[in-house]
Design a protein around this ligand. Structure first.
Ligand code: PLP
Length: 496
């Protein structure tokens, strides 16, 4: 079956994007690689003077039988040796001399071909002219996205609680972020539709929806395939783009099983096959995308290491073009060392080996999530005022708290949930543990003229705190959760 071409969304570009002309110098840089051209045209230093002759590293070897945290012993049973030369083209390696030179803003070809193949394995692409380009992670990719599509005063949509750095990036660019109502399973499509159908006349319509669909930061919720399809249809109806920021996509840990015997049975089952693993992954917005209106941001930060500073953007070739032009003048490209090492590792692991890694990573996160939820049920005050919804993906858990259950709610705190939140934050820090207030993540923008006010009385006194089970080892995690439980008991006057 031949797939359709993507639609043209250039009417959504920012003035900056419309004004950007390609740097004339960038139009000829590819000729540096042409053996028939003596390149006297650009300020490229001669690679002979790059002081590194090779790059050598060791990683564990697929299928990671001893777990992904096992230190490679150096033996050929469990150790992969990566050795990349400066001037030799060895298999799929990126020669160091090329990686450390200027050029290849979209990413080194060996890295990109791995990512294209990976994309085809994970997403059911529904249009023909899609592609991937390298980014220096999702922070960079999101900031570029804002610049490409938004002018000061433009409007975007985001979950009503969202990653504070992403919201701050939009605010700093003068972009107004209007909150979209969420429940325990993420964006509620009916409420999104209602918001857009009753959009205030004269207010600028949103250009894009910024969403963190899997293991959302901060709420820990995950959008189902059905909700994604419904949201995609709304995006078509109101003609905006969807930007899916997905650093946690592969941390899909499934439902929490409280029964220890049942959990033991599940855990002792053989490792899933690659096909079973792929089938278990929730459908992505990219897989719903027939128009080329989805921009997907992926990152190696949570699956390999944040310091790689590398990720990639998947979208239609048309939409990727302004990203390349912008990156030519901003990041230029992810660091050459990173590309050599990440590409050298992944191309040696192969697509199947990378799936083994992701399966191993998921296994670790299932244990961390389970341990966290078990400990929270043990240590939190036993009261309906404290609720934890076990996350099915990502690295965050939230504790929802009914602030009105505080004995001093009406007196000391003037019936103000924000004051209770501040008191809890102060107390948990004094108790030697850190979780962060939900209000830090609130999406607060409004259009001019404003959108109709909606009030949800049921949620009026609800506050929440976000914690993560990613950052510490199991013993420390449990000790931290006990401190948290004790702090809440003390604050709310429960016997410890
Ligand atoms: C939703 C979200 N986007 C982006 C990032 C940053 O990702 P990167 O390290 O790829 O820049 C984070 C990290 O905390 C995140 O939670």
């Amino acid at each position: 079956m031949t797939l359709p071409e993507s639609l043209d969304f250039s009417h959504l570009y920012s003035n900056e994007t419309k004004a950007r002309k390609p740097s004339p110098l960038k139009t000829c840089i590819h000729l540096f690689q042409d053996p028939n051209i003596i390149f006297l045209g650009g300020g490229l230093p001669l690679s002979d003077y790059f002081p590194w002759d090779n790059l050598t590293a060791q990683s564990p070897l697929p299928p990671f039988q001893k777990g992904i945290g096992a230190v490679p012993s150096g033996s050929k049973e469990d150790t992969l040796n990566i050795h990349v030369k400066k001037n030799e083209k060895n298999g799929n390696d990126i020669p160091l001399a090329r990686a450390l030179q200027y050029g290849f803003t979209p990413g080194q070809p060996e890295m990109l071909s791995f990512l294209r193949e990976h994309t085809q394995k994970i997403h059911d692409m529904k249009y023909a002219d899609w592609d991937v380009i390298a980014s220096t992670g999702n922070t960079n990719a999101w900031e570029s996205t804002l610049r490409i599509f938004c002018n000061r005063g433009d409007v975007i949509l985001a979950e009503e609680y969202s990653f504070s750095s992403s919201l701050a990036a939009a605010e700093a660019q003068g972009v107004i972020t209007v909150p979209v109502p969420v429940d325990s399973f993420g964006i509620v499509p009916e409420k999104l539709e209602e918001l857009l159908d009753s959009w205030t006349e004269g207010a600028p319509k949103p250009k894009l929806l910024y969403t963190i669909p899997t293991g959302q930061n901060p709420t820990g919720t995950s959008l189902s395939s059905e909700r994604k399809e419904a949201i995609y249809r709304i995006a078509q109806k109101h003609n905006f783009l969807i930007v899916e920021d997905e650093p946690y996509y592969f941390l899909q840990v499934g439902d929490y099983v409280p029964d220890l015997k049942k959990r033991e049975e599940i855990n002792s089952a053989p490792r899933p096959t690659h096909q079973e693993f792929l089938d278990s992954l929730v459908k992505t917005f990219l897989s719903c995308d027939t128009d080329g209106r989805v921009v997907r941001l992926d990152s190696f930060s949570k699956v390999l290491a944040p310091g790689t500073r590398m990720g990639w953007i998947t979208a239609s070739k048309k939409l990727l073009r302004p990203y390349v032009s912008l990156h030519e003048m901003t990041i230029q490209a992810p660091a050459g060392f990173t590309q050599v090492l990440v590409s050298g590792t992944l191309n040696r692991w192969g697509q199947e080996g990378y799936l083994d890694w992701l399966i191993g990573l998921r296994h670790e996160y299932v244990a961390k999530r389970d341990h966290t939820i078990d400990s929270l049920s043990k240590y939190l005050p036993q009261s309906d005022a404290f609720k934890v919804l076990p996350p099915v993906a990502g690295m965050f858990f939230t504790i929802d708290i009914d602030a009105s259950a505080h004995p001093d709610f009406k007196t000391k705190f003037d019936s103000d949930p924000a004051k209770v939140e501040a008191a809890i934050y102060e107390r948990v820090i004094k108790s030697g543990v850190l979780v962060v207030p939900g209000s830090w993540f609130k999406t607060v923008g409004d259009t001019v003229p404003p959108q109709p006010k909606t009030s949800d009385n049921a949620k009026k006194n609800e506050i929440f705190f976000r914690g993560t089970y990613a950052a510490v080892a199991p013993e420390k995690l449990e000790a931290g959760l006990k401190r948290l439980g004790d702090a809440l008991k003390e604050e709310f006057g429960f016997a410890a």
